[in-house]
Design a protein around this ligand. Structure first.
Ligand SMILES: [Zn+2]
Length: 286
């Protein structure tokens, strides 16, 4: 598998780069790549490589730190990069929110300049197609430095899974609706309680609800995941979403039995995957 996708992508790289990969080629070296220390995007045509949770990115763009309808936070983490389609998605979503008088929304982690695993916080966000957007809407425009330590507002009481209607309003539901109806979206992860609220609302066209995928966490932000861009053959799509709105049995299965405490995520036992040879090459490109 790795070989197959190295050979497809490999043809685009210059010979010295491939040679460098051969020298670097064992997995121990691959594991040691400090992706978070890389400050510049890899040059080349934009290419989301590999899987959302084991991949990397060529030709990333930096999200402008502020724009209509949004402002990016935690810029010192250098995670405000993405495939140009992701950057454009956020700019477009911000513009639509601005038109309806919502925002600015806070854009948190996207990807590192060349993607790859992050030292903290995420398993995915590796191929430049994932972004976290906060639900908190009460902050004015802030200078960049003041956006580095912004507390999150949690929309669900974590003790009893009650929707915090004092902070969760129609505006948040509108944001999810606007994001989820964008054809570039593959999935949006939200807390099961938030998905339930979206299911209980009236919508003219309910087909977007299927892209809202219940998941632990995601109660202070939602996580957008774009489809593989058309011309990125090295991008590995995820399995397709089951048919239907996902508002019935599937959603119910997330909720505790009466009298039981809400479920908690189990700590991940996942061993970080070895980066592909292609991604080792992306990390080491000059
Ligand atoms: Zn995320």
């Amino acid at each position: 598998m790795v070989d197959a996708y190295f050979s497809r992508a490999g043809s685009r790289f210059a010979a010295p780069l491939v040679f460098a990969v051969l020298l670097l080629g064992d997995s121990a070296a691959a594991q040691e790549i400090a992706w978070n220390a890389i400050r510049s995007p890899a040059p080349g045509e934009p290419n989301a490589i590999g899987a959302y949770a084991n991949g990397c990115l060529l030709g990333a763009e930096e999200l402008p730190p502020e724009g209509a309808g949004y402002q990016a936070i935690r810029l010192s983490r250098h995670r405000n990069y993405g495939h140009p389609e992701l950057v454009q998605f956020i700019i477009d979503l911000g513009a639509r929110l601005d038109e309806v008088g919502i925002g600015p929304v806070l854009i948190a982690d996207m990807a590192q300049p060349r993607g790859g695993p992050m030292p903290s916080g995420h398993i995915s966000h590796q191929s430049g197609l994932d972004a976290d957007i906060w639900f908190r809407l009460d902050l004015p425009r802030l200078p960049r430095s003041a956006r580095d330590f912004v507390p999150a507002e949690i929309m669900v009481d974590r003790g009893d899974w009650r929707l915090r209607t004092e902070v969760w309003t129609d505006a948040q539901a509108t944001i999810l609706h606007l994001a989820a109806t964008d054809p570039r979206i593959a999935r949006i992860f939200v807390h099961p309680v938030l998905k339930r609220d979206m299911c209980e609302r009236e919508w003219e066209d309910r087909t977007f609800l299927r892209t809202l995928r219940p998941w632990f966490g995601h109660d202070a932000h939602f996580h957008v995941r774009l489809q593989c861009p058309d011309d990125n053959p090295d991008c590995q799509p995820q399995n397709s979403i089951p048919p239907g709105e996902g508002c019935g049995e599937e959603l119910l299965s997330w909720f505790p039995e009466p009298g039981e405490p809400p479920p908690r995520p189990r700590p991940s036992q996942r061993v970080p995957p070895t980066p592909s040879e292609t991604c080792v090459a992306v990390a080491t490109m000059e």
